[in-house]
Design a protein around this ligand. Structure first.
Ligand code: THU
Length: 131
């Protein structure tokens, strides 16, 4: 199932060009792939009140949720301004909520890496842990 990884990463990096990142100048794009194969994109959107910034992954995942999607299997994260762009802790937890299994990451000039979410968020807390 890694045959589509390069295409998804290319798409994530292409969309990263639309990032609104005037403060960090760190442009990130993400593609969230639903269980039914539909794809949702997002970019990071910064804010002068820094805490209001939205990560690319969160943007893609919440866009999928707004379309009614409740199960995602893959998130691809690409960035333009660094070799590496691993999802932050908050985004890993968001991925956990929607059942993401595979996370593909690659920065500009960096290697493409494929991880399970379990590798990135071991011993995690999720929906099935609530009574
Ligand atoms: N960023 C993301 O979009 N995704 C991540 O997982 C890490 C960080 C963004 C947020 C902010 O706009 C910029 O990168 C620098 O932190």
């Amino acid at each position: 199932m890694s045959d589509d990884a390069g295409r998804l990463l290319d798409q994530a990096r292409r969309i990263a060009d639309h990032a609104y990142a005037p403060y960090s100048r760190f442009r990130v794009g993400a593609v969230a792939v639903a269980g039914n194969g539909d794809e949702y994109v997002g970019v990071n959107v910064e804010n002068a009140a820094f805490g209001a910034t939205i990560c690319a992954e969160a943007n893609a995942i919440t866009t999928a949720a707004a379309a009614g999607i409740r199960r995602l299997h893959t998130v691809a994260v690409g960035c333009l301004d660094a070799d590496e762009c691993y999802p932050c802790g908050n985004c890993r937890q968001l991925m956990r909520e929607f059942g993401v299994e595979r996370v593909i990451v690659q920065g500009e000039g960096g290697r493409l890496r494929i991880h399970t979410l379990e590798e990135l968020l071991p011993e995690s807390f999720g929906p099935e842990d609530l009574p």
